[in-house]
Design a protein. Sequence first.
Lengths: 63, 160
Amino acid sequence: VLLNLADIEKADIPPHLRPQFKTVLQWDPSHRYAAARMPRVLAVEMYEAAFGQEGVVMWLRSL
Amino acid sequence: VSAARLHAGQEYVDTLDRLGMAIDGAMWAVSANGRVELLLVSRLVDRLGPNVIHRAPFKAYELAKTPRMIDPWDVTVFGLGTRFKKVIDSSPIISAAPVVMTMLGGHKVLGDPAWMPFEGWRVRGDWMIRLPPRNVEIQAQSTQAQLRRWQRFEEHLQAA
């Protein structure tokens, strides 16, 4: 929905950023870690996917 | 999900597994907003992180290693600790076998495959490609061999 609002096609996303986009776009409450503690590597990667140098927000701001 | 897509899903999972990605569970599902996706459960997500894991389906697709019918954007990956996996673990065992009902008089009727709700996703019995074992069974196995297979998979993709 957000990509549609921003008028961005998935094909416009550079190939090296697609895994990070997929991480961000796929997240919904079914991905929560409720009983188990979220592994640190997962938390770091989710942050990187959104806000890292090669993350979704950086790319969107560069448009 | 068409029969062709079901078949492609099975091939997709088998291919990724053969290449080196440990896939503990796989199924087609409909999201709360009606999107149909191929859901994968892998113990590697909690060890390597989602970005590392997602690189493989995209790269394998680019290199035409996986069926063209399955777009990696339509593949969602879950770790073992997610709510989704926990709900599967606590649900009755589901089966891809058709539901057969025995009627009064003894004749049998083939019923519609049952829908199962998993944390906002809905899965039909015959959409199950690989029923994930319970976490305790997966965690009892060593992950080291799976990590070594994954490493070879990544090296293979990088060299291609």
